[in-house]
Design a protein around this ligand. Structure first.
Ligand code: NAD
Ligand code: GLY
Length: 359
């Protein structure tokens, strides 16, 4: 089993990566004893893994009467304050106290909302991340960004609140649909692009094995991604500096998602195309080599990800959405760009005409 440690300013915690973690009772023993446990999951993941996990937690010394499963509807549209309230209602009605443990069993939607519920419930209870999509295993379960959406913006209500552990079971990826899997690969490739050139080369050499979901390749890619994320979070937990590099490709991606009303592309698909447009902009503004742009595009294509937007998407609308990006400061457009593969920087004062030219 691989074990990494996140050593963030507010809290240190382990990330375990292996197959079969959902049934390894010894891992959960210290986490579940003598406390109420509420597993929060959704209607897709609950029938796949809910009772397996509940059984493991009970065998680990948890009191079966104190282990509840609370099932949310599935979808980004339910990552809301209204859903959060249903979690609080359930916890209060079932007398979960301040010593309770929440367990997020699901993808990034379940992880983000459960983390935020844990941050708020009785001013903060422990929570455990058990991510079940590739995207949540390599990104959202690590680093303590928790949130729900607001009608006026995605992830607008939230908190930085770290989990007490992250359990990454490789076996749960066997049931993940292909598109969701590829969407997670986009975030894996992002780590190589922004800060790990050696990993980028490894990904180029091993993309076929990853596409086949070969376990040793997958374990390595997840571990290296989490290691990269942990190193960033350890230095900058609350995104006052280098954590912004994790947003590479995301300024474009969010604009695509808003313009497509979140209905066409999965998040990782939008990030994939966003990274290619950001690379083209990096070619102009940071002298990124043309060969590096092509290598990035080629790897994303091999991972079955989109690399361009449809000609019919309205460019003026996209530029408008990009102008509202959270990274912008006092009217200056800040973007994450690449000097070379494996080396990202924050660039200020990017002009609209420069972005327009890469469309
Ligand atoms: P998701 O949580 O919606 O999961 C995608 C789909 O896969 C869902 O239908 C889900 O039910 C299903 N699913 C999950 N695990 C499965 C499994 N093992 N087998 C079969 N189906 C399974 O999407 P996601 O891509 O995991 O996460 C996206 C969310 O994560 C967004 O809300 C985004 O804002 C958030 N996010 C947060 C961070 C962070 O740092 N907190 C980072 C990136 C993304
Ligand atoms: N997913 C971006 C971050 O965690 O900062």
């Amino acid at each position: 089993m691989n074990k990494l440690i996140v050593d963030a300013a507010s809290q240190s915690y382990p990330i375990y990566i292996d197959s079969g973690l959902l049934t390894q009772t010894n891992l959960y023993r210290n986490l579940v004893q003598n406390r109420g446990v509420c597993i929060i999951t959704n209607e897709t993941v609950a029938p796949l893994y809910g009772s397996i996990l509940k059984e493991t937690l009970a065998k680990s010394g948890g009191n079966l009467n104190q282990i509840e499963i609370f099932v949310l509807p599935d979808g980004e549209q339910y990552k809301t304050l209204a859903t959060l309230e249903t979690i609080f209602n359930h916890l209060l009605q079932n007398q979960f106290d301040r010593n309770s443990l929440l367990v997020a069993l699901g993808g990034g939607v379940v992880g983000d909302i459960t983390g935020f519920a844990a941050a708020c419930y009785q001013r903060g209870v422990d929570y455990l991340q058990i991510p079940t999509t590739l995207l949540s295993q390599v990104d959202s379960s690590v680093g303590g960004k928790t949130a729900v959406n607001h009608a006026l913006g995605k992830n607008m209500i939230g908190a930085f609140y770290q989990p007490c552990a992250v359990m990454i079971d490789l076996d749960v990826l066997n049931t993940l649909p292909d598109r969701e899997y590829a969407s997670g690969l986009a975030e894996v490739i992002k780590y190589g692009a922004i800060r790990d050139a050696e990993f980028f080369c490894w990904l180029e050499a091993n993309i076929d094995a990853l596409n086949r979901r070969e376990q040793s390749a997958l374990a390595y890619a997840i571990e290296r991604s989490c290691q990269n994320k942990a190193e960033i979070v350890n230095q900058d937990e609350t995104e006052t500096g280098i954590r912004a590099l994790l947003n590479y490709g995301h300024t474009f991606a969010h604009a695509f998602e808003i313009e497509l009303q979140y209905g066409t592309w999965l998040h990782g698909e939008a990030v994939s195309a966003g990274m290619v447009y950001a690379a083209k902009l990096s070619r102009q503004l940071c002298q990124l080599a043309e060969d590096d742009v092509e290598r990035l595009e080629d790897l994303l294509l091999k991972a079955h990800l989109p690399t361009k937007i449809d000609a019919s998407l309205n460019r003026d609308h996209l530029l408008h959405h990009m102008a509202l990006d959270k990274k912008n400061q006092s009217g200056s457009r800040r973007m994450i760009l690449l000097k070379r593969l494996g080396d990202a920087v924050v660039v200020k004062d990017v002009r609209e005409s420069e972005i327009r030219s890469v469309f």
